[in-house]
Design a protein around this ligand. Structure first.
Ligand SMILES: [Zn+2]
Length: 76
């Protein structure tokens, strides 16, 4: 799984609009244009976005595995 293509939401420091960005952009400290105020958002990962996103990806993958496991048990 290429987690750089995983989409996360970054809150604009200016207007608070949640902008979808790829994890790869955050990792590379890219600059994105806010869809709310059109301002530049420098992704400096000061909020540990990538680390937190990795944790939530791991959690969601575990949860989906468990959900699939539950479905499999139910269908038997
Ligand atoms: Zn903004």
């Amino acid at each position: 799984m290429d987690i750089d293509r995983f989409e996360v939401e970054i809150d604009c420091p200016g207007c608070g609009f949640a902008n979808p960005v790829w994890l790869g952009q955050a990792r590379l400290r890219d600059v994105v244009i806010c869809r709310g105020c059109k301002g530049n958002i420098q992704l400096d990962d000061s909020m540990n976005t990538v680390r937190k996103a990795r944790q939530s990806i791991r959690r969601s993958m575990r949860e989906s595995r468990e959900a699939i496991g539950r479905l499999n048990r139910r269908s038997r």
